[in-house]
Design a binder for this molecule. Structure first.
Ligand code: GLU
Length: 407
C-alpha cells in the first residue's frame, strides 16, 4: 500500500468536487525538489555506518516549506513524498504562511545509543543544510523525533552558517528557543477540532467512549484531554500491543505505566487486545495516532466508531474513506485534525523571528482560533459542495494555494 498513491488519489477526488484551477492542481501533483542523501555515522563500537535520509520540498507557493523529520525503520521516499504533500495541504487549511515539506531517516532510533543518535542528527543536518533555512525550509519533530534532536539540528546548522539561527527549526526545547505549548499542541489542536465537530454534529459525550491507537506524543495528549473532559477512554495501543477496559482507563496512571515500562500492555486491570480488535471496538470516537494505512478497505466494514479523528498522517486509505462516507461515519481528516502541531510551530517561528517568548496561555490563545476557524471553514466547504470532510479540506486548501500560485 503506497501512501503516496493514496495522497494523489485524494487530490484527484477533491478535483472532482469543485471547479479547481487546473494549473494549481498540476503543480500539486509534483514535488519541487527531492533531496536524497546517504551519510556516514561513527558508531560506538568504532565502525562507520551509512544511513539514508530524505527531504522532500513539495510546494512553497504560500511560504517556506514546513514539515517534520521522521526517524523510523520504514521511512522511504514514497512515504516522505506523501507526507510532504499532506503538509502543503495542511498549512493551507490552517491558513499559516507556509508551504509543505517533510524529511526522514531510515533508522530505528531505539537501537541507537544517545551519542549515536546525536551524531546521526548532526550528520543528517550537514547533508540537508544547503536546502533548509528560516525563510526556506523549516523542519520540526515527527514520529520518533523530539525537542532535544531539534536542538541538535539548530546547533549544527548554526555552526555551519556561523551564527545562531533558532528559526531554522521548530519543536525545540524551551531553553533553546522552543515555544511553550508546542509539546502538547498536536493533541490540544485535535481536541479543539473535535470540539467544533461535537457542537456541529450533536455528538453525545455520554454515549461517546474513546479509542486511541498510538501512545506517542499526540496519542498521550489527546487521551489525557478526553479523560480530563470526562470521556471514557476505553482502549489504547502502542506499537507493542493494546489494552481495553470498558469502564474507562485511568490515563494519568497509564502514562506513568508507559514511562516506567515502555509500553501500555501490562496495565493493571485492563484486557490485552491486538491492533485489529482495538480498531473495531464499538466507540464514539476512534483516534488513529500512529502511522499510515491503518484503516483500510478490508477493515472499514468492521469499524464501529461514530467518528474518526485522524491525529496520525494518512491513517485512512481511499477505499476506507469511500466506505465510511457511504455509511455515515464522519472522518475528520489529518490535514485538519493534527494541524495544531504545525500551527504552533508557526507561532514558535514567529517568536524566534521577533525574539519574543510567549506564555503557554498566550500561545494557545493564538492557536485555538486558527484551528477552530479552519475546522469551521472545512465544515462550511463540505456543506457547500456536499463533500466529505477530507474532500472539503483539500478543496479549501487548493483554492487558497491557487490564489497565490506562481507558474
Ligand atoms: N510533524 C508534524 C506534522 O505532521 C508537525 C510539522 C511541523 O510542525 O512543522 O504536522
Amino acid at each position: 500500500m503506497s501512501a503516496f498513491t493514496n495522497a494523489m488519489r485524494q487530490l484527484e477526488l477533491a478535483a472532482t468536487i469543485a471547479p479547481l484551477d487546473p494549473a494549481t492542481l498540476e503543480r500539486l501533483r509534483h514535488p519541487q525538489r527531492i533531496v536524497d542523501v546517504q551519510f556516514p555515522v561513527k558508531m560506538d563500537n568504532g565502525s562507520t555506518k551509512f544511513f539514508h535520509g530524505y527531504r522532500v520540498q513539495w510546494n512553497n507557493d504560500r511560504g517556506p516549506y514546513k514539515g517534520g523529520l521522521r526517524f523510523h525503520a520504514q521511512v522511504e521516499m514514497d512515504e516522505v513524498k506523501a507526507l510532504a504533500f499532506w503538509m502543503t495541504i495542511k498549512c493551507a487549511v490552517v491558513g499559516i504562511p507556509f508551504g509543505g515539506g517533510k524529511g526522514g531517516v531510515t533508522v530505528n532510533p531505539k537501537e541507537l545509543s544517545k551519542g549515536e543518535l546525536e551524531r546521526l542528527m548532526r550528520a543528517f543536518t550537514r547533508s540537508i543544510a544547503d536546502v533548509i533555512g528560516p525563510d526556506k525550509d523549516i523542519p520540526a519533530p515527527d514520529v520518533n523525533t523530539n525537542p532535544p534532536l531539534m536542538d541538535i539540528l539548530a546547533d549544527e546548522y548554526g555552526k555551519i552558517i556561523g551564527h545562531a539561527e533558532p528559526a531554522v527549526v521548530t519543536g525545540k526545547s524551551i531553553a533553546h528557543g522552543g515555544s511553550e505549548g508546542r509539546g502538547t499542541a498536536t493533541g490540544q489542536g485535535g481536541y479543539y477540532v473535535f470540539d467544533v465537530y461535537r457542537e456541529k454534529s450533536g455528538f453525545d459525550p455520554e454515549s461517546g467512549s474513546i479509542v486511541v491507537q498510538g501512545f506517542g506524543n499526540a496519542g498521550q495528549v489527546i487521551a489525557k484531554l478526553f479523560h480530563h473532559h470526562g470521556y471514557r477512554v476505553i482502549a489504547v495501543s502502542d506499537s507493542q500491543g493494546g489494552i481495553h477496559d470498558e469502564r474507562g482507563l485511568d490515563i494519568p496512571a497509564l502514562i506513568k505505566h508507559k514511562e516506567s515500562t515502555g509500553r501500555v500492555s501490562g496495565f493493571f486491570g485492563a484486557r490485552e487486545i491486538n491492533q485489529e480488535e482495538l480498531l473495531t471496538l464499538p466507540c464514539g470516537v476512534l483516534v488513529p495516532s500512529a502511522l499510515e494505512n491503518q484503516l483500510t478497505g478490508e477493515i472499514a466494514p468492521r469499524v464501529q466508531a461514530q467518528m474518526i479523528l485522524e491525529l496520525a498522517n494518512g491513517p485512512t486509505t481511499p477505499e476506507a474513506d469511500a466506505y465510511f462516507a457511504k455509511h455515515g461515519t464522519i472522518v475528520i481528516p489529518d490535514v485538519l485534525a493534527n494541524a495544531g502541531g504545525v500551527a504552533t510551530s508557526f507561532l514558535e517561528w514567529q517568536q524566534n523571528k521577533t525574539g519574543e517568548h510567549w506564555s503557554e496561555k498566550e500561545v494557545f490563545a493564538r492557536m485555538e482560533p486558527l484551528i477552530r476557524e479552519a475546522a469551521k471553514a472545512v465544515i462550511h466547504t463540505a456543506e457547500k459542495y456536499g463533500a466529505t470532510q477530507r474532500e472539503a479540506a483539500f478543496v479549501l486548501a487548493i483554492e487558497r494555494i491557487a490564489e497565490v500560485a506562481r507558474s
